[in-house]
Design a protein around this ligand. Structure first.
Ligand code: IPM
Ligand code: MG
Length: 355
């Protein structure tokens, strides 16, 4: 098949890990006779430096016309002034919103050989295979009004957590669908004892659940979920939640896998291209050293093959190759190895096979 893929390497280690993911996609294309074309554009800090904004209209438009977008990471100390009018993160938010990517999928499955890389006891990690579904275009990140003003001479800042019922419904429907193909359990995470948006969320979850009699719904408060993710992580299948809750819980969940560097994500909308990115940041401290873990980006490329191109066999081949490479000792420093980005990528590329 033919596919047009946009690469947005971004900042810090972004270019190194997207380069690794591209090598993997090139190898898959070569082995299976696909034609993947790649176009590279700027996002984040490098875009601010070049054009004054974190994402230009032209780049957004070109992403909207592509089949899929693969992103590295954005941000770094150079642009980290909290008072700055433009910030690298705005590029990412504008891209998510601009492409209508309301669902962010973050699967977490600790590798059997890496159980010792996590600070959690290996016994707790057995059987952990969870999928966090984070709502991505609403909630506290996007609600209006937000800003600053002065009340009685005192400076005030405010953000708004806001949801339309349709936004809650569509992410819950997706959660139930995905759970149907897994272990058939949805944990809907909210703060319904305090927040009105959460009460609407919980009522909508109950309503959506009626259409999926084969899937069990469990409601959980976000503070309890934060505790259970560490205490009993194997009890989760699909976890679905508000934008900011999901942001926080997925960093926490990454500890189960042993390193942020291992985890991929897919962001999808009702139609149009999906966005694929590792969940780690730009890691400026190790940028340019050739030691970043490429696995999160490579597994994001696998999700791209699966969700945007419908190439399930290819996606599985990449996931198997990563499993084998890790088992064979291809590991970067974050998972107690000493391999370079290039060596680990090579280890994965060599292990891609089709049965
Ligand atoms: C993430 C990141 C982003 C977010 C930042 C970089 C804007 O933390 O993808 O989890 O908060 O969504
Ligand atoms: Mg985050």
């Amino acid at each position: 098949m033919k596919a047009a893929i946009i690469l947005l390497p971004g900042d810090g280690i972004g270019p190194e890990v997207t380069g690794a993911a591209r090598s993997v996609l090139d190898r898959v294309a070569q082995m299976r006779g696909h034609e993947f074309s790649f176009t590279t554009h700027r996002i984040g800090g490098c875009s601010i430096d070049a054009s004054g904004v974190a994402l230009t209209k032209e780049v957004l438009e070109s992403c909207a016309r592509a089949d899929a977008v693969l992103l590295g990471a954005v941000g770094g100390p150079k642009w980290d002034n909290p008072g700055a009018a433009v910030r690298p993160e705005q590029g990412l938010l504008a891209l998510r919103k601009g492409l209508g990517l309301y669902a962010n999928l973050r699967p977490v499955r600790p590798h059997a050989r890496l159980l010792d890389a996590s600070p959690i006891k290996p016994d707790h990690l057995k059987g952990v295979d969870l999928l966090v579904l984070r709502e991505l275009t609403g909630g506290l990140y996007f609600g209006m009004p937000r800003g600053r003003d002065e009340v009685d001479g005192r400076l005030r800042a405010f953000d708004t957590m806001e949801y339309y019922e349709y936004e809650i419904r569509r992410i819950l429907v997706l959660a139930f669908r995905l759970a149907g193909g897994r272990r058939k359990k949805v944990t809907s995470v909210d703060k319904a004892n305090i927040l009105e948006t959460s009460r609407l969320w919980r009522a909508t979850a109950a309503d959506v659940a009626r259409d999926f009699p084969g899937v069990t719904l469990e409601n959980m408060l976000v503070d309890t979920a934060a505790m259970r993710l560490i205490a009993q992580p194997a009890g989760f299948d699909v976890l679905v939640t508000e934008n900011m809750f999901g942001d926080i819980l997925t960093d926490e969940a990454s500890v189960l896998a042993g390193s942020m560097g291992l985890l991929p994500s897919a962001s999808i909308g009702e139609s149009g291209p999906g966005l694929y990115e590792p969940i780690h940041g730009s890691a400026p401290d190790i940028a340019g050293k050739g030691i970043a873990n490429p696995v999160g980006a490579i597994l994001s490329a696998a999700l791209l093959l699966r969700h945007s191109l419908g190439l399930e066999a290819e996606a599985q081949a990449v996931e198997r190759a990563v499993d084998r490479a890790i088992a064979d000792g291809f590991r970067t420093a974050d998972i107690r190895g000493s391999g370079s980005t290039e060596a680990v990528t090579g280890g994965v590329v060599e292990r891609i096979t089709f049965i």
